[in-house]
Structure formats: C-alpha cells, structure tokens
Design a protein around this ligand. Structure first.
Ligand code: GAR
Length: 201
C-alpha cells in the first residue's frame, strides 16, 4: 500500500481528482494519509475532511521565522511517514531540507508544458495569463519529480491542451485542469503505486 501525503494551498481540485481516482479504483493500492495546507481557509482542507482524510494547516503566520515554519512543515510531513508526497497546487517554495529528505519521493503538478511558463513567479492563473500573452496555440500540464530548483526536476508525464480563440486565463486554466491535470496526476500516482515508475529508495 502506497501511503501518500498531499500538500495544498487552495481549492484542491487536483486533490479531489486523486481522492476520486482512489475511490473509483483508478489508482490501485494507495491511500492518502494526510493533507497539509499552508492556508487555514483552503477549500482543499474541507475536501479532505469530507473524504475522511486527516487534514492539517501549517500557516506561516503562526511561526516567528521562516525557519520555524519550514521545520513545522517538515514535522507535519514526517509524522505522516509518507511513501510519496504530492504537491497539488502547493504554492510555497519548500526548504532544501524538506526537498533533500523527500527527494525521489515527491512529485508536483504544474499547469504548463515544462520548460515553458515555469520557474519562479509562474503559478496558478499567472501561468495561463503568460501563455495567452505569448500567443501559444498549445499548452498543457506536467507532472515532475521535485528537486532543489523551481520546476526543474525530472519530467514524468505531460499532456497537451489546445488554446482556443477567445480563451481567457480562467477558461484556459479550467480546460488545462479538465483535460490534463486531473488525468495525469492520478495516472502518475497509479503508475507509482503499481511500481511502473520507481521511487528512489
Ligand atoms: C493547479 O492548476 C496547479 O497545477 C497549480 O495550481 C493550481 C491548483 O489548483 N500549481 C502551480 O501553479 C504550481 N506551480 P487546485 O488547488 O484546484 O488543485
């Protein structure tokens, strides 16, 4: 059984896609043991609660220094003892200590075809705004392992999505989620759970 910790910051639609895929048997032999949010009011926490998953908030505001916050995040992860950490719309840059502890066991979903529209400052809606500004005709989503860089880790899966005339950042974001993110994130986790993608031991 693959024990998963999911880290979130917002609405949690990717978390929901993983919960649904586990319930529907599209992800085999895996369970989410803890959801960690850096925002106390993230709707993702409610989604976890509804699914009977332990949900904890670790908010920067509750810690005097960034270092104390980083240590609290690491503790929240370690307590869950996950085999796999999934960053599903987690918008905090993780400390080198957390990354080195979970290197090879941590994946992230990013809403573009890396190496386009990624790196520092590219997150959430901003990614789609920039894609539309540049006038690309195809965008998509990427699941990758997390390393010390920002969106630089080894790519696991990508899926392309067409940009349509008249798209706004919001319509494009929704299409990328529906057609790419909510598919490739559960699919990657299923492949990991089945041992088709190896985690570093
Ligand atoms: C998703 O589009 C995810 O790819 C993106 O934030 C959104 C979270 O939505 N992540 C990043 O931009 C990371 N750089 P959700 O909370 O509904 O899953």
């Amino acid at each position: 059984m693959l024990n998963i910790a999911v880290m979130v910051s917002g609405g949690g639609t990717n978390l929901q896609a993983v919960i649904d895929a586990i319930e529907a048997g599209r992800i085999h032999d895996a369970r989410i043991t803890r959801v960690i949010s850096n925002k106390k009011d993230a709707y993702a926490l409610e989604r976890a609660g509804k699914a009977g998953i332990e949900a904890v908030a670790v908010s920067r505001a509750d810690y005097g220094t960034r270092d104390e916050f980083d240590k609290a995040l690491l503790r929240a992860l370690d307590e869950a003892a996950p085999d796999l950490v999934v960053l599903a719309g987690f918008l905090v840059v993780l400390s080198p200590e957390i990354i080195s502890r979970y290197r090879g066991h941590m994946i992230n979903i990013h809403p573009s075809l890396i190496p386009s529209f990624c790196g520092e400052g590219y997150y959430g809606l901003k990614v789609h705004e920039e894609a539309l500004k540049r006038g690309v005709k195809v965008t998509g989503a990427t699941v990758h392992f997390v390393d010390e860089g920002c969106d630089t880790g080894p790519i696991i899966m990508q899926k392309a999505v067409e940009v349509e005339p008249g798209d706004t950042p919001e319509t494009l974001q929704r299409r990328v989620m529906e057609q790419a993110e909510w598919k490739i994130l559960p699919e990657t986790i299923d492949r990991i759970a089945r041992g088709l993608i190896k985690l570093e031991s």
